[in-house]
Design a protein around this ligand. Sequence first.
Ligand code: G1P
Ligand code: ZN
Length: 542
Amino acid sequence: MIKTVSTTPYSDQKPGTSGLRKKVPVFQQQNYAENFIQSIFDSLEGFAGQTLVIGGDGRYYNREVIQIAIKMAAANGFGQVLVGRGGILSTPAASNVIRKHKAFGGIILSASHNPGGPTEDFGIKYNIGNGGPAPEKITDAIFARSKAIDSYRIADAADVNLDIEGTQTIEGMTVTVIDPVADYAELMEQLFDFAAIRAMFGGGFRVVFDAMSAVTGPYAKEIIENRLGAPKGSVLNFMPLPDFGGHHPDPNLVHARALYETMMADDAPDFGAASDGDGDRNLIIGRSIFVTPSDSLAMLAANAHLAPGYAKGLSGIARSMPTSGAADRVAEKLGIGMYETPTGWKFFGNLLDADKVTICGEESAGTGSNHVREKDGLWAVLLWLNVLAVRKESVIDIVREHWATYGRNYYSRHDYEEVDSAAANGLMADLRAQLADLPGKSFGGLTVETADDFAYHDPIDKSVSEHQGVRILFAGGSRIVFRLSGTGTSGATLRVYIERYEPDAARHDVETQTALADLIAIADEIAGIKSRTGRDAPSVIT
Ligand code: G1P
Ligand code: ZN
C-alpha cells in the first residue's frame, strides 16, 4: 500500500557544498529525512520506471534512512532500486554504479569526512544520471520545494533485507541488493596496470592504507590485498564502523596522525595512504614526505600517461580555485586546457562530460578523473602506485624532480572551525568591502596585484556562480584566499588558503609554515582573523 503522509516544511534544508548535512538528531526529527527525499523527487522529472541507486558510507543512521529512501522511491514510481549490500556504497563507487547501470540518479547517504554517531553528522546527497552531484539548478529547486512541501509518499512495506544480495519487490518496484565492491574493482582493473603493481609488491615494496574505520575498508581489502597481492595487514582499520571508532574519518595530518608518524619513521613503508568516511578523499605520504593534495594533482597529471587508462594523454585539467597553481604549470607544459572552478566537485561535471578535462582536483584531498563523476580516494592511491611501479623511483624522488622541473608551490590551508557565524560573516563582508582598495597596496615586501570575489562562468552551460571566495593575488604569484565552509554543521568555518610560488630548487627545502610565514601574517593583517574570531591559532592546519 502506498501512503500519502501530511507534513510541514523545515526551513533549513538548504544543500551545501555537498548535499544536506546536519547532526543526526536533526535528521531524526519527525519527517525530516522524508521531507528532504520527497523534495528531491519533486524536483526531478521523468524518472517513472527508471533506476535509482542508493547507498551510503555506513555511518550511524545509514540503514534507517536507506529503508525510508527505498520505500519512498517505490511510492514515487521508480522502477528499480540498486542498493549496496549492508547499505554500503562509497561515493565514487555509487557514481560508477549510476553510470554503469544507466540509472536515472542516486541518493548517497554520507557526511563525508565529518564524524559519525548518535550526536554526530549525517547527510543526504542527490547525484544525477552522469554519476555526479546535482548541479545548483537542481539543489536550488530541492531547497525551494523543501520550504513548501506538505506531503510525502511512502510504501507501507516491511524493511528490505539489505544483507543478502538478490532481488526483492516493493509495490511493483524491484530492489536489487548488489555487491558494493565488484563493479568498482572491475573499473580500477581497466584503468591501471595491476600486473605492474603486483610485481612491485612482489619485489618487497611496502604499502600501508588506513581506511579509518570507514567505507573504503572493503574496497581496499579487495583491491590492494586480494587482487594486487599486498600482504594481509597492509590495509588498516578496514571494518566500516557507524561511529568510525570515534575518530574523524578525515585523511589529513591531524586526523591520520598515526599514519603520518609511521611514514616518517626510519623503517617506514614505501607508500602510505588513507581515505575518508565515504571514500572520495585521499591522503598520500611517501617515506619521509607528505605530498600535498595540490602537488599530488599536479604530479598525477604529469604522470597519468603511465597508466593504461590514460595512455593517450589528458584533454585538460581542472582544479578548484583555492587549490594551488601547481597543476597549471603541468597543463601549460603539456599544452592542454586548465580550468579553475569554485570549491565543490559538482563544478567539474560539465567539464568532464564535455571532455574538456580528464583529471580534476581540490586542495581538500580530492582527486579524480573522467572515470566517474566524483572525486575518488582509492583511484588516486592506485594511480600513484601505478606511477611508482612504472618509474621505479621513490615518492620523494618523484616529488623533488617535479619541483625542480616546475617550481614548488608552497601551500597551506588554515581552518578556524566552529567560530561565531556573525563574526565570520562580518570578516568576509569587510574583506569584500576592501577589495577595490587593495590593488597596489604593499604588505611587507609584497604588493597586491589584484583582489576579487571569485565568480565562475561555466563554459559549458553558461551558468554563473558568484561569491565563491575572496582572492588576494600578489605580484610574483603568491596568493591568499578566504572563504567560509559550506559543509560545516555548527557555527562557521573560516578557511584561509595561503600559497607562494618558489621557482628556485635551492629553496625547495624550507618547512611549509616557515616558507609562508609572511603571508600568514598578512592574512591576519588584512582580515583581522585573530581579533574577530577570538582565536590565537587555526583549529586545523593542512
Ligand atoms: C569541503 C572542501 C571542498 C570539498 C567539500 C566536500 O568543502 O573544502 O573542497 O569539495 O568539502 O568534500 P567546504 O567545507 O570548504 O565548503
Ligand atoms: Zn568525502
